[in-house]
Ligand binder design. Structure first.
Ligand SMILES: [Cu+2]
Length: 320
């Protein structure tokens, strides 16, 4: 038995030169527990040169309220059935049955690439870090590729010839911070302005937990005449900054950090100094999520990051 396993492993190693992207994989291999998700299966080729005519996805237990996305030129069949148990769904509803299998039938040449999409909801029965295989069967004009292999304990998943696409479960806990719609703003901070300086800066981390892109388009603060979104860059060896007139895009699922030396808020015409240990109230305006009020903790004059050590050498706003 052992020799057979070793033999297979050696065989897999021999074909291991096939690049990883040649597999059928999930474009975004993560989903949040207790949230909606979108799975995009990337199909990079047919079966040893033969065109793909059908892709069948077996929906694993725990992915509920599944809806396949139609594709022009492809027909969809779904098989529905009972789940192994009832799952808590949105608005307190229980869901005990739904789509268990999706088949797209059509034609995809071996030389072309395509994507197959479905959405649904991740049951709250998973634990963060769980990895869920999503078996996919690729039927071709000649032959079938069964993307269903799962690495045994201790086995290198890269050794598999036809690994099942994997979906990793991430914590339901959102980052700590202020939330509005799909936007979460956290770790807001600013820097003290001693000596009557009229210019201050603001930094924070913004996460878009939704499925649509958003954009930070404006900001304001009672304590400042104007608040602009700035971007630092180096031109001819000199650090310069420019307002981002078009706003700061935050695509679906993305986290953007405003940092010292990077993108930041610029508060000009300060009506009062920013005092260490206090906070500054700022209103951010997002294209989709709308306006949200956030507080920036005022750190010491030389602060470069929350909790970071002072670095007086880097005074990025000296040229204002
Ligand atoms: Cu600036």
């Amino acid at each position: 038995m052992k020799s057979i396993l070793i033999g297979l492993a050696a065989l897999s190693a021999a074909v291991g030169s096939v690049p990883a992207q040649a597999h059928v994989v999930l474009d975004k291999p993560e989903a949040r527990i207790g949230k909606t998700f979108k799975a995009v299966l990337a199909v990079p080729h047919g079966c040893e040169g033969a065109a793909t005519v059908r892709l069948t996805v077996q929906v694993p237990e725990g992915l509920i309220a599944i809806k396949p996305m139609p594709k022009p030129g492809w027909t969809i069949d779904v098989k529905k059935g009972a789940y192994a148990r009832a799952y808590k769904f949105m608005h307190g509803a229980d869901l005990s049955e739904g789509v268990k299998e999706i088949s797209w039938s059509g034609r995809l040449e071996d030389g072309f690439y395509d994507e197959f999409t479905f959405t649904g909801f991740v049951a709250d029965t998973f634990k963060a870090g769980d990895v869920l295989p999503i078996p996919a069967i690729q039927d071709c004009e000649k032959g079938t590729a069964k993307w269903v292999e799962i690495a045994a304990p201790g086995q290198d998943p890269h050794a598999l010839k036809y690994p099942a696409p994997l979906l990793r479960m991430t914590s339901a806990e959102p980052p700590r911070g202020v939330a509005k719609g799909d936007i979460i703003v956290s770790s807001g901070w600013s820097r003290a302005t001693p000596g009557g300086a009229k210019v201050g800066a603001g930094y924070f981390t913004v996460t878009n937990t939704g499925r649509e892109p958003d954009r930070l388009i404006a900001a304001s603060a009672d304590i400042a005449e104007t608040v602009e979104i700035h971007e630092m860059s180096t031109r001819d060896g000199v650090m310069v900054m420019r307002p981002i007139e078009e706003g700061l895009p935050i695509s679906a699922g993305q986290t953007v950090a405003l940092t010292s030396g990077g993108i930041h808020l610029m508060l000009t015409g300060l009506k009062a100094p920013l005092v260490e240990g206090k906070s500054v109230a700022v209103t951010l305006q997002f294209e989709r999520a709308g306006k949200m009020a956030v507080l920036l903790d005022v750190l010491g004059v030389g602060a470069q990051a929350p909790g970071g050590q002072p670095d007086g050498a880097k005074a990025e706003h000296a040229h204002h």
